[in-house]
Design a protein around this ligand. Structure first.
Ligand code: SAH
Ligand code: SF4
Ligand code: F3S
Length: 473
């Protein structure tokens, strides 16, 4: 069980230390410039972004600095996503384009990791079609990255590593992290997914659900607050089932309350919530929290009960709407966002219209909309799918047009209010500061760049599409 082997053994840590030292020595000689340079490109969701930050943590320990330019890099790593075919095609295209980089700079080591590399077919394609890729590894072995990199640099042959079942159950604590930002941070609270929604590849490429111990999360969280992070997002594929596999189970709501007690000037977000596990206790916790943002990302995927059942989502449209109603009553300024799939196999136009009806009822701030993409190995991939792609695209456009209207009305309704905005940067084109509200909506306003990285009270004066304009209150 995850609870019995949550931490890394001392031996594992020492092996990493040893490998870090050796790679540092090798790369100091092998680098084309005065110091080794790495390019890490991340595809997919925040879970991958967070994994890349750990890999970059190791690379920084090995003496690497970072670049966005393929021509400068001594080491190139693509961290990939398998969730839709389009995402995979993009990766194959971009890996293919590295062939010329490798020709120009033969000493550059090219590596591919992430969710796609947990799919045998995709890893096999890299092996046979892209011989210039020297290192391939899956999501379960990131904690052994230094050893894998060392092998790829010293062994004659290419290195392919996917890990075994035991690594699917472990949680590696204490890995170095090099965060991309200084204001916003990702904090993974759980790994994997047990839900097996019938369309989804994630449970196959990320393994079973396992939660970090609350103490480890609290420690990392305190460190982030101490370091001045202002917007901390807790990550998991289904955060609402956090803690169920721990030796001493802890609910996600309880975890949130423990974090919220930590003093400081920051806000907490979390994603993703699954409607089947979202409790009223959690909604009450958000409502009563000091730092918990009034924003809920709650994917519903479809507004039709037959389709939801086929998707194996575990809730009905009515249950979803009930939750939303309760949440809106308790948190009157709640901002809701969601994910939707259009054109699930066998979905009819009438069933699709139930999805359109649902978004009208809920009034989401924004939606992430996807056309169904068959994933080999999932149950839905075997279902008859008679609706042509052009038809599905038409439905998607219809849905997006409806959502645009809803978002415009929602945004306009915030004109005149004062919002607490976390200021992220100065837009070089407009000269305006830009930041996000508690509900995660972008706001532009004129102000002193000294505000960057802190909260400002901003009166909203205009709304165009999804972006608000304002002035310091
Ligand atoms: N764990 C999260 C989502 C992870 S994947 C959840 O349960 O909500 C992110 C989104 O990608 C999903 O919410 C879904 O809308 C979409 N998605 C997943 N598999 C897909 C597929 N095969 N085709 C199209 N969209 C898909
Ligand atoms: Fe995929 Fe469903 Fe798990 Fe989300 S909850 S990752 S959609 S299987
Ligand atoms: Fe993609 Fe893996 Fe995330 S498949 S959506 S990067 S968990």
């Amino acid at each position: 069980m995850a609870a019995e082997t949550p931490l890394f053994s001392q031996a594992q840590t020492l092996e990493n230390d040893e490998a870090v030292r050796e790679v540092r020595g090798i790369m100091a000689l092998r680098a084309r410039g005065s110091a080794p340079t790495a390019l890490v490109r991340t595809y997919g969701c925040q879970q991958n972004v967070s994994d890349s930050e750990k890999i970059k943590g190791f690379l920084a320990q090995m003496g690497f600095s970072f670049t966005e330019n393929e021509e400068d890099a001594d080491f190139i790593l693509f961290n990939t996503c398998a969730v839709r075919e389009h995402a995979e095609d993009r990766v194959f295209g971009n890996v293919g384009a590295l062939k010329n980089v490798k020709r120009r700079h033969p000493s550059t080591l090219i590596a591919v990791c992430g969710c796609m590399m947990e799919e045998e077919k995709a890893a096999e394609r890299i092996r046979s079609v892209f011989p210039f890729v020297g290192l391939v590894f899956g999501t379960h072995v990131i904690h052994r990255f230094p050893q894998l990199l060392l092998r790829a640099l010293t062994e004659e042959k290419r290195v392919f590593e996917r890990g075994d079942d035991s690594e699917d159950r472990e949680i590696a604590e204490g890995l170095p992290v090099r965060r991309d930002g200084a204001v916003k941070a990702w904090l993974t609270v759980m790994y994997g997914c047990n839900n097996f929604c019938s369309y989804c590849i994630v449970p196959y490429v990320r393994g079973r659900e396992r939660s970090r111990e609350p103490q480890a999360i609290l420690e990392e969280f305190r460190g982030l607050v101490r370091d001045g992070y202002k917007d901390i997002t807790l990550l998991g594929q289904n955060v609402n089932s956090y803690g169920k596999t721990l030796k001493t189970p802890v609910s996600f709501a309880r975890l949130l309350r423990m974090l919220d007690e930590i003093d400081g000037d920051y806000r907490i977000r979390f994603m993703t919530s699954h409607p089947k596990d979202l409790t009223k206790e959690l909604i009450d916790t958000i409502a009563g929290g000091r730092h918990i943002s009034h924003h809920l990302h709650l994917p519903f995927q479809s507004g039709n009960n037959r389709v939801l059942k086929e998707m194996n989502r575990g809730y009905t449209r009515e249950q979803y709407l009930d939750l939303i109603q309760y949440a809106k009553e308790k948190i009157t300024d709640l901002s809701l966002t969601s994910d939707v799939i259009v054109g699930f196999p066998g979905e009819s136009y009438e069933e699709f219209l139930d999805t359109v009806d649902l978004i009208r009822r809920v009034e989401f701030t924004s939606l992430f909309t996807f056309i169904y993409s068959p994933r080999t190995g999932t149950r839905a991939a075997g279902l008859p799918d008679p609706i042509p792609a052009e038809e599905k695209s038409k439905w998607l456009r219809e849905l997006c047009a409806e959502q645009e209207k809803i978002a415009a009305v929602r945004c306009a309704s915030s004109v005149g209010t004062v919002q607490r905005v976390l200021v992220e940067e100065k837009n070089p084109k407009t000269g305006l500061l830009t930041g996000r509200t508690d509900g995660n909506i972008i706001v532009d306003f004129a102000g002193d760049p000294a505000f960057i990285g802190s909260f400002a009270e901003v009166r909203i004066t205009s709304a165009r599409n999804w972006i608000l304009g304002g002035e310091l209150a």
